[in-house]
Design a protein. Structure first.
Length: 298
């Protein structure tokens, strides 16, 4: 409800409010994509005045969103979306929500809401970090066209950057507990009758990881400020996503190495956070996609 205006049943909050929620959830390893469910989906529904917004906000009829763009990274085997809203074929890897009743098919020229209980076969899977996804097979399911042409493109251009930004916030929020838990581990484990944390080379590695996290945080904060001030910069957002994707992977790998063999086990809580950091590099477009967009602007 955070970003939805009060007149439409939301909380009337701003980007900083949602960023605080997303970061807090990330620190605890919350296995749900808030960037999609709390940013992209409600913003799209609110932009076109869809009645489905109320059910999504109160949880009575949650809506999942399938981004039919490169950022969505969906498996689209023989998938087709007709002008009248009829969908056929497979869409795999759609972010799930418990009790979801509808899927919002979002492309640059059309927003279509499809009832998941009619003409849709559902199979469930999971991402690397344990988030549930849906493989949706449409058998000629007829959806409701919410917006077309410029109206659909405008709604998507407003909602999608917020999703990209919140995916950066999610990754940055995950970095700090990974570093903290790695420090705790080095303080507890002993070698040559002293804690591993006393070895200078390991302390230097922790310092490098912390500086990496601070740099990623700074890039994300700059993109957030640009967007909050009403002057969104595609360049600053793509730069933030590119840096965060790279730095998240570096911190995850560093934590795994500093844990030694234990870094590959499921017994440690940091393992799930490491998986989340690695997965974050693919959420809302990978580093290569955003690097290409940066290069295109030069």
């Amino acid at each position: 409800m955070t970003l939805v205006p009060e007149a439409q049943g939301g909380a009337g909050g701003d980007l900083a409010d949602l960023a605080a929620v997303v970061e807090g959830a990330a620190r605890g390893g919350f296995a749900l994509s808030l960037a999609t469910s709390c940013a992209v989906t409600p913003l799209l529904l609110a932009a076109v005045g869809a009645e489905a917004l109320a059910g999504h906000l109160d949880g009575s009829a949650p809506v999942v969103t399938a981004l039919l763009r490169d950022e969505g990274r969906l498996d689209r085997r023989d998938f087709r979306l007709a002008a009248d809203g009829t969908a056929s074929g497979l869409l795999g890897g759609v972010e799930a929500l418990e009790g979801a009743t509808h899927v919002l098919l979002a492309s640059d020229d059309r927003l279509v809401l499809v009832d998941l209980t009619t003409g849709v076969r559902i199979a469930r899977a999971h991402t690397l970090d344990g988030r549930e996804t849906l493989d949706l097979t449409f058998d000629g399911a007829k959806g409701t066209v919410l917006a077309e042409g410029q109206a659909a493109a405008r709604a998507l251009s407003q909602a999608l950057p917020v999703g990209v930004l919140m995916s950066c916030v999610d990754a940055v929020g995950t970095m700090i507990p990974v570093i903290q838990q790695t420090m705790d581990y080095l303080s507890q484990r002993r070698q040559f009758d002293q804690p591993l944390a006393e070895f200078q080379v390991l302390r230097h590695r922790i310092a490098e990881m912390l500086m990496t996290a601070l740099n990623a945080s700074g890039a994300t904060l700059r993109a957030l400020n640009d967007m909050a001030q009403g002057t969104p910069s595609p360049r600053s957002l793509a730069s933030a996503k590119l840096r965060v994707s790279r730095d998240a992977k570096a911190i995850a790998h560093g934590a795994i190495q500093l844990h030694g063999g234990m870094g590959m086990t499921e017994e440690l809580g940091v393992t799930r956070l490491n998986k989340r950091l690695i997965q974050s590099g693919f959420d809302f477009g990978d580093a290569m996609l955003h690097a290409e967009r940066l290069a295109a602007e030069n």
